[in-house]
Design a protein around this ligand. Structure first.
Ligand code: HEM
Length: 409
C-alpha cells in the first residue's frame, strides 16, 4: 500500500522496477534514515549492509556529491569483501587526484573520438549477428548485453571470445544478476586472475618494444602525467573498473535508449528525419531512464544536509535517479521532452570530482547504435512487455526488451 510506504521498502523488487512514484512519496521528507542496500562489489547474502540516509532532492544530492571532503567514496563494506575495490570510484583525494589526472589523459575526448571506426565496426557486426528484420528480438538478451562487453574486450586487447566472460563479470560485480554468493565470488576471482595475467603479458610486450594489444590497455600502461604512470596493480584494477563500471551501465543505457525508440514512435520518427536531435534524445534518456539510481558515500564529519543532522561515519545513499525526477528542477518529470533547456543537468553520470570518466565512450556506443538503426530500419515496434530488473537499484534497466525492427521495404 503506497500510503504506508517507508524508506526501508526502497529495496522491494516492485519498487526497484519502477522507483519514481515511490521517490515522490518520500521526497518532501528527505533526507530519511533507515535504508539498507548493497554497494557494488559486495555479496548479498554474506555481507551486511549498513543502514543509511536516503537523499532524494536534486539540491541535496548535488550537495553530497559535490562535497567530496565531507562525504568519502571509500567503502568499508566493499574493501572488506573479496572483490577488488574500483579505481577512482572508491578513492578519495589525494589518491583520486593523481589517478584521475592519468586516467583523464587516457580518456581524453580526442582519444575516445578516434575509437569511432572501431566502435562502428563492432556495432555493425553485432547488429548483423543479432537482429533479423521483421522478426521479434529481445535486444537485452543479445545486442545490449554484448556490445559494451565487445567494446571492452577489443579496447583491452582480450581474445574476442571473452565477450561473454566480461558480461558475466560485470553483472556479478554490479549485482544485476541474481546469483549465489559463491558464483559472484568465483566471477570476481576469475576476472582478477585473468587481468593479472593479461596485464603482465602486455607489459612484457611493451618491454620488448612492442605495443600492448588493445588501445585502452596500451594507454593505461604508457600514459604519463608529470613523470608519473600507473603501477602494474593499478593497471589491473583499471581494467577491472572499465569492465564492470563501463560495460554494465552502458548495456542498461543502450536498452533504455532502444526502449525510448520503441515506446515513443514519434521520437523515433523525428530522429530519423533530423539526426541532430540525437544530442537531446541521448540526454533526456539519461534523465528519464538513467541507469545508476543510487550510489553511497560515508560522512567524514558531522554535517547537516537539508533538515538531517548526519553524523560522522553515517552512510548516505545519493539517489541520482530521484534527482533526475525532482520537479523543482525538471518540470513534468514523467514527460520525455526534447526541449528541456537544462537537459545537461541530469545526474546520471554523477556530479563533482567522481563524474563519469567513460561518458564519451558511452556516448560513442549510443550514437553509433542509434545512427546505425536509422540506416537499417524504418521502424522499431514494441512486440511484448518490457520488463525492468528488480534485483538492485544500482542500475535501472531492462531484463527483457522485445521489439521488432521493420526494414525499409
Ligand atoms: C551510460 C553509461 C554510463 C553511466 C550511466 C555511468 C555512470 C557513472 C556514474 C554515476 C559515476 C559516478 C560515480 C560516483 O559518483 O561515485 C561514474 C563514474 C565512473 N565511470 Fe561511468 N558510467 C557509464 C559508462 C562508463 C564507461 C563506458 C566507463 C569506462 C570505460 C566508465 C568509467 C567510469 C569511471 C572510471 C568512473 C569513476 C570516476 C571517478 O571516480 O573519478 N563509465 N560513472
Amino acid at each position: 500500500m503506497k500510503e504506508a510506504f517507508d524508506v526501508g521498502q526502497l529495496s522491494r523488487p516492485d519498487v526497484i522496477q519502477n522507483p519514481y512514484p515511490f521517490y515522490d512519496l518520500l521526497r518532501s521528507q528527505s533526507p530519511l534514515f533507515g535504508y539498507c542496500d548493497y554497494p557494488p562489489g559486495t555479496m548479498p547474502g554474506v555481507d551486511e549492509p549498513k543502514p543509511s540516509w536516503v537523499v532524494l532532492n536534486f539540491d541535496d544530492v548535488a550537495a553530497v556529491a559535490w562535497d567530496h571532503e565531507s562525504f568519502s567514496s571509500r567503502d568499508s563494506l566493499q574493501e572488506g569483501s573479496s572483490a577488488p575495490t574500483l579505481m577512482l570510484v572508491n578513492h578519495d583525494r589525494p589518491d583520486h587526484t593523481r589517478l584521475r589526472k592519468i586516467a583523464a589523459k587516457v580518456f581524453q575526448p580526442s582519444s575516445i573520438k578516434s575509437l569511432s571506426p572501431e566502435v562502428d565496426r563492432l556495432v555493425a557486426a553485432s547488429m548483423d549477428e543479432f537482429f533479423m528484420p521483421n522478426q521479434p528480438v529481445d535486444v537485452m538478451a543479445q545486442y545490449c548485453a554484448m556490445l559494451p562487453s565487445r567494446v571492452m574486450v577489443h579496447l583491452l586487447g582480450m581474445p574476442d571470445e571473452m565477450d561473454r566472460d566480461v558480461r558475466n563479470w560485470a553483472t556479478a560485480f554490479m549485482l544485476s544478476a541474481n546469483i549465489t554468493p559463491q558464483e559472484r565470488q568465483s566471477f570476481n576471482t576469475e576476472a582478477m586472475g585473468f587481468f593479472e595475467k593479461h596485464v603482465r603479458e602486455q607489459m612484457t610486450r611493451i618491454e620488448r618494444g612492442q605495443a600492448a594489444n588493445g588501445s585502452l590497455l596500451n594507454a593505461f600502461i604508457n600514459t604519463e602525467v608529470d613523470g608519473e604512470s600507473l603501477s602494474y596493480e593499478e593497471v589491473v584494477r583499471f581494467c577491472m573498473t572499465a569492465t564492470v563500471a563501463g560495460a554494465e551501465t552502458t548495456s542498461f543505457y543502450l536498452g533504455n535508449l532502444i526502449a525510448v525508440f520503441a515506446d515513443f514512435p514519434d521520437i523515433w520518427e523525428r530522429f530519423v528525419h533530423d539526426p541532430v536531435l540525437f544530442d537531446a534524445i541521448y540526454k533526456e534518456t539519461l534523465r528519464f531512464h538513467g541507469p545508476p539510481q543510487r550510489l553511497f558515500r560515508v560522512a567524514t564529519r558531522d554535517i547537516t544536509i537539508g533538515r538531517a543532522d548526519i553524523k560522522r561515519g553515517d552512510w548516505v545513499a545519493c539517489f541520482f535517479g530521484a534527482a533526475n525526477y525532482d520537479p523543482e528542477i525538471f518540470p513534468e518529470p514523467y514527460e520525455f521532452l526534447l526541449n528541456r533547456e537544462n537537459a545537461s543537468r541530469h545526474m546520471s553520470f554523477g556530479y563533482g570530482i567522481h563524474r563519469c570518466l567513460g561518458a564519451p565512450l558511452a556516448r560513442l556506443e549510443a550514437e553509433s547504435t542509434a545512427r546505425t538503426l536509422t540506416e537499417r530500419y524504418a521502424k522499431i515496434e514494441r512486440t511484448g512487455t518490457a520488463e525492468w530488473q528488480g534485483v538492485s537499484l544500482l542500475n535501472h534497466g531492462l531484463t527483457a526488451n522485445p521489439v521488432i525492427f521493420r526494414d525499409r521495404k
